[in-house]
Design a protein around this ligand. Structure first.
Ligand code: ATP
Ligand code: BTN
Length: 319
């Protein structure tokens, strides 16, 4: 089915007969695959009698060559797949197999994209970025401190540079436009964090997605915000450059040097919030973050700090 999609990617008309000849299948088999493209990948297809089939709009696929030249050669070795379970899971398998970090894993589609706390990340074909960068950490815990927040800042900058000027951060690492989520970040770690380990920086950015009924909260995409079709190869190249410079700053000066910039971009700074951990809930007002990236809350006049992957922040008016 993906081979057929690639034949149609130019957005021009192709006859069923010509497509069947290239694929070595009958016209009715082509017709069945086209129906699957529409139903399974959500790719609208136009049919015109006498002319054939074309995609409703041309499709741009990820290409290592294009990414490398847009990044002027300054990018990590990359693995690009049409379809994977999760780029984070695939990256962890490559670490297991002995692939030397740093390296980047990208995919056109994730069949089991993961969000935080076992949630699902909706990942339709060729529309968004599913991006996992693997780093080897041998500097101990300090190199991990606040790392996911640093990634958030890099993603935020890449989004702003793509024209999404209203984007901001929500602790710990969501990127939102108002109440709508535009990007999510999931860090996964293997090895001994106090000694040598590998960390996967998993980033999902909604680039061209315009419909996604399965997403069960408010969301948006660069295209919905700017009205422009996103060149995803350009976005990968640009995000890579921004990430490189934030990671270098973090490595050289530690998270403390980035803390103030993060707070400046926190959408919920000073807001009344509830911090939810399983069934328990703490109400407070956001003071900011500390030098390790933990959340600082004023809880009934007392400052408390909170960190950990299981925590979830809600605006109090929302609850
Ligand atoms: P938090 O729990 O940190 O307050 P959250 O409610 O966004 O934030 P996460 O676990 O961070 O939860 O993210 C997973 C959630 O993101 C999913 O449950 C789903 O509602 C939403 N989601 C899934 N796919 C997408 C997507 N492509 N774009 C935006 N949101 C998505
Ligand atoms: C979240 O907000 O819950 C985090 C979402 C992270 C999604 C990205 S997409 C690339 C990488 N691979 C995954 O399976 N998840 C992350």
């Amino acid at each position: 089915m993906l081979t057929l999609l690639k034949l149609l990617k130019d957005g021009r008309f192709h006859s069923g007969e010509a497509l069947g000849a290239i694929l070595g299948v009958s016209r009715s088999a082509v017709w069945k695959q086209l129906q699957r493209l529409e139903s399974e990948l959500g790719m609208p297809i136009h049919r015109v009698r006498g002319r054939g089939y074309r995609l409703a709009e041309p499709l741009q696929l990820l290409e290592a060559g294009a990414i490398m030249s847009l990044a002027h050669g300054s990018c990590w070795p990359m693995f690009i797949s049409d379809s994977v379970d999760s780029t984070n899971a695939h990256a962890l398998r490559l670490v297991e197999e002995g692939v030397v970090a740093p390296f980047l894993v990208l995919a056109e589609q994730q069949l089991a994209g993961r969000g935080r706390r076992g949630r699902k990340w909706v990942s339709p074909f060729a529309q968004n970025l599913y991006y996992s960068l693997v780093l080897r950490i041998d500097g101990g815990l300090r190199q991990l401190e606040g790392l996911s927040l640093v990634v958030g800042l890099a993603v935020l900058q890449a989004l702003r540079d793509s024209g999404v000027s209203e984007a901001g951060l929500k602790w710990p690492n969501d990127v939102l436009v108002g109440p709508r989520k535009i990007a999510g970040i999931l860090l996964e770690l293997v090895g001994d964090p106090a000694d040598v380990c590998h960390v996967v920086l998993g980033i999902g950015v909604n680039a061209n997605m315009r419909v996604a009924e399965e997403v069960d909260q408010q969301w948006t995409s660069i295209r919905l915000e700017t009205g422009e079709l996103v060149d995803r190869n350009q976005l990968v190249a640009h995000l890579g450059g921004v990430l490189q410079s934030y990671l270098l700053r973090h490595q050289q000066f530690g998270f403390a040097a980035i803390q103030a910039e993060w707070e400046k971009n926190h959408l919920w700074q000073g807001c009344a919030v509830s911090l939810v951990a399983g069934v328990s809930q703490i109400d407070g007002v956001v003071l900011g973050i500390d030098r390790q990236g933990a959340l600082r809350l004023d809880v009934a006049g007392v400052e408390n700090t909170y960190s950990g992957g299981e925590l979830s922040l809600r605006l109090r008016d929302d609850t």
